[in-house]
Structure formats: structure tokens, C-alpha cells
Ligand binder design. Structure first.
Ligand code: SF4
Length: 280
């Protein structure tokens, strides 16, 4: 059994919160640059260039890419041969978030209660998703998520007869309703199958896949391409000012399904598609 001190997890989470908010991943920068070359609308191109310039400046100057530095969404893949020592893991993660958001001058956006809107003051609690995996390592991904794009996400119970076309229509309808609210160009995470809560989690996880990396199964990759084309036919464009680039990518994560069900969830990610990861 490999022992990992929760203080090491705390320090790593703190560092990742800052890194994720300052530096867009290379794959996201690459698709933004490709979109600028492909965009037909002059205004759309200009907006994309500004988004890239903003991200490059944030990275060079070590400052947040956006004023909304997000909820601290954290994925933990915990090797089954790991034993955490030195304290409470969840408490350590939250201390890491509090420390990182303070050290990085990041906005604190979490409320104590969804109705009584007092701010917790340190951006905790983190939204933590833990998965047990083989091995003796821990992979930590911090993916700050802005409210503007999260608010536009949706889930729906389709019928098996709706099939891939039904999923595509649901995604297009969700993006169409969202319009300019989620700060396009967006990345669309889609979870399909399983149960409601799993489909929603898959949709979120789909967002941390490298941008435009197709799903390994060809029929899913084909649905990703078709759905991306249909979304971009909406013409919402960068920041809603018109153009071809409403979405940079559609990532679909399928899962086995009950014979009577076809659950689908859409998680919309704005152009500030932030995430940073480390392995302990
Ligand atoms: S949706 Fe994204 S880009 Fe828009 S304000 Fe929120 S975090 Fe910033």
C-alpha cells in the first residue's frame, strides 16, 4: 500500500487552482487558433483573435483568464493501492482550494446556501468527483467552471427510439436556447446512457478530454462530427456576434443503458475551457 499525505494533495490542489485559472491548456489554444483560420465572419474572427490575445496575456502576466474563476470542480482518480494519511482527504482538498484562490487572487464565487446567498469567502466547498482505479497513483484534475456556461447545461430523458438523431437534436436545441449566454465558442460535453446522475457526470467529464480528440468508437465520433456541424449551423458565433464558430468541439461519452431508457445530458463549457492536472 502506498501512503500519500493529504498535505501533498492540499498543496497540489492549491497549485492546480492557480495554474488552471492562468493558463489555458495547449489543446484548447490550438483549436481556438484553428477556428480563427476557419471562421468566415470578419467580426467572428476578430472576437476569436481577442479571446486568444486575452488568454496569452493572462498566461504571460500570470493573471486569471476570466473574472469568473469558477466553482472548483475536482476529479480524483485514486489508485486502489493508495492509502491517504495525515488527515481528512476532503478537508485537505478544500484547504487547497481556499489557499489557491487566495494566493492566486481568484474570485471567490461559492455561496453557503443556494437560497441564502452568503459567500463562503474562500471558494469552498469544492465539487469533488472521486473514482477508484487500479494502481498506486492519484490523478488530480482541477477544472474551474464558470457560472455563465454551467447555467446553460441541461439533461433530458429521451426514448431509445430517439436514437442518435434525438441526442443530436437535444444538443442543438440546448445550444440554441443558450445563445450568447455561455460565452461562445463553447465546448459541448454530452453524456449518453446510464442513469440521470451518471449521464450528467459523463457530460462534465467529457469537457476535460483534449479538445476535438474524437471518441475512439467510430459511430460515436461520427455523431460528434455531425452534432458539431449542426451546432455551428446555428450561426451564433463567437460571443454571439455571428459566425461559423459557435462550438469548438462536441465530446460525447456513451455508457450502457437500461433497455427502456436513453438519458442524455449536456454540459456547456465556455471558451475559457480551463483545467490543469497532476499525478501523485
Ligand atoms: S461563461 Fe466562461 S468566459 Fe463567460 S464569464 Fe463565465 S467563466 Fe468567463
Amino acid at each position: 500500500m502506498r501512503e500519500i499525505d493529504v498535505e501533498q494533495v492540499k498543496d497540489t490542489v492549491s497549485d492546480l487552482c492557480v495554474r488552471a485559472n492562468y493558463h489555458l491548456p495547449d489543446d484548447v489554444m490550438d483549436v481556438l487558433k484553428r477556428a480563427t483560420e476557419e471562421e468566415e465572419s470578419p467580426v467572428g474572427r476578430e472576437v476569436l483573435e481577442l479571446i486568444i490575445e486575452n488568454a496569452e496575456t493572462a498566461s504571460a502576466e500570470e493573471m486569471p483568464i476570466c473574472q469568473d474563476t469558477g466553482s472548483a470542480v475536482i476529479f480524483l482518480d485514486v489508485g486502489q493501492d493508495v492509502r491517504f494519511v495525515g488527515g481528512d482527504l476532503e478537508e485537505a482538498i478544500n484547504r487547497g482550494v481556499a489557499e489557491g484562490y487566495e494566493a492566486g487572487y481568484l474570485r471567490k464565487s461559492m455561496t453557503v446556501d443556494p437560497f441564502q446567498r452568503d459567500n463562503t469567502g474562500d471558494n469552498t466547498p469544492a465539487i469533488i468527483h472521486t473514482q477508484i482505479v487500479p494502481g498506486d497513483q492519484v490523478r488530480i484534475v482541477v477544472a474551474p467552471k464558470g457560472g455563465g456556461s454551467e447555467n446553460m447545461s441541461a439533461a433530458r430523458g429521451l426514448t431509445p427510439a430517439d436514437g442518435p438523431e434525438g441526442v443530436k437534436d437535444f444538443v442543438v436545441d440546448t445550444v440554441s436556447r443558450a445563445g450568447s449566454n455561455p460565452c461562445p465558442p463553447i465546448i459541448v460535453g454530452v453524456g449518453v446512457g446510464s442513469t440521470l446522475e451518471k449521464a450528467v457526470l459523463l457530460a462534465k467529464k467529457a469537457l476535460i478530454r483534449p479538445a476535438r480528440k474524437p471518441h475512439p468508437e467510430e459511430h460515436i465520433a461520427e455523431l460528434e462530427r455531425d452534432t458539431l456541424a449542426a451546432v455551428n449551423d446555428l450561426g451564433i458565433g463567437p460571443q454571439g456576434l455571428g459566425g461559423r464558430t459557435t462550438a469548438l468541439a462536441v465530446h460525447i461519452e456513451p455508457h450502457s443503458s437500461h433497455i427502456a431508457s436513453l438519458l442524455a445530458a449536456v454540459n456547456i463549457q465556455c471558451h475559457a475551457a480551463r483545467h490543469a492536472e497532476a499525478t501523485l
